[in-house]
Write a protein that binds this ligand. Sequence first.
Ligand code: NDP
Ligand code: HSE
Length: 433
Amino acid sequence: MESIKVGLLGLGVVGGGTWSVLQRNAEEISRRAGRQIEVVQVAVRDVAKARAKVGDGIEITNDPALVVANPQVDIVVELIGGTTLARDLVLQAIHHGKHVVTANKALLATHGTEIFEAASAKGVMVAFEAAVAGGIPIIKAIREGLTANRIEWVAGIINGTTNYILTEMRTRSLSFEQALAQAQQLGYAEADPSSDVGGLDAAQKLTLLASMAFGIPVQLDRAYVEGITHVSDQDIHIADRLGYRIKLLGITRRRAEGIELRVHPTLVPAHSMLANVEDAMNAVLVNGDAVGQTLYYGKGAGEEPTASAVVADLVDVTRLHTADPEHRVPHLAFQPESMADIPVLPIEQVRCAQYLRMSVNDAPGVLAEVAQVLADSEISIGSMIQEPASDGVATLIFMTHQAQESNVAHAINKIESMSFMRSAVTRLRVESF
Ligand code: NDP
Ligand code: HSE
């Protein structure tokens, strides 16, 4: 059978990995796909650099619009990133009747509704396994493997850069900046790493997971997003002593009133599965009513792990290329006309256990006053420790039972206004699954 023709937009970390995997495993891949998958054109900015990578015989251009309009190309693989040029190129590719494979979670979390609608109208596929948790086939699992289930919640470590930073800070006492620089060198970080450390990258992925888990529209703007920039060495080591690890988690949960959708640094028990996911590894726990908990673990970023997901999508699209569009798996797992308008809950309506750390004057009555504020805000203390005072300043650490977020915010405001306070309150959420 004639080969399927691919136009590759981008030959950076993921594009380069995709090229290498396609070349190295060409024979195995074509045995699986039923035909050869052939890259016929590549678009980059620096043509000479790309030529050094792919050699002669492949057309290379610095104009990606030529690739998406190339009549020879059946599948466009978008690995440029961003939400402006990438959006235009993907929509143009769809307009020209081409299937699209992308690793671009920012694009799909922002413009997914428009892109999936355009693809459905044109009868083409948009595949995006690499956009969530790199090499882990989590989209395949949720969209196909777990279709029997009413999914109750999904929780995971879905950003490799931040997991790498938190691991290096805890195990090797690296500074935040040193660890981030290493993650960038290793190709884990986004072009703008503030989207990694600020939690946005994880929120983009979580938004896509929530959409596929619950059949709701992609709603990035409703997600609560808190990154790791305020997580200090001190908190990492205190958490360790208390039997916890700090992880940046994405959590989405179905509740009677709506859907929780939140990304924040979280204390998880040190013996739990998620606590032991280290370095740039990712892991996603999915809880379905029939199957119970299932765990998906693997490399969430980097050249070939991400390429593994891109190439898997290429094989899927190749296999289904000639299938009737109505018989394909829906982009977001649920049939488009069956998507539900369940509200996403504001963070104030979430209930979570809390870790609260504060520096206070070491004086009689201070602890009692803080405890009273917590009691008045209906926050029950699970445990409390006071670090030995130095220069008249004591550190108090409270671990609370589950409390309403709006009450916690109110209590923190009140405590911070008290005259004995010597620092802001550091608050981290605590979860166990
Ligand atoms: P890189 O920055 O490494 O690569 C980007 C590629 O796009 C480069 O080859 C670059 O060309 C090309 N490019 C950029 N702008 C243009 C343009 N205007 N015209 C033509 N080509 C252009 O990015 P990554 O490979 O890291 O990321 C790509 C996508 O994959 C992003 O959406 C990212 O979020 C996603 N992703 C990344 C992962 C990772 O581990 N890095 C993991 C999962 C998803 P040139 O080489 O000439 O500069
Ligand atoms: N920057 C992302 C991460 C790449 O660190 O997880 C994978 O999506």
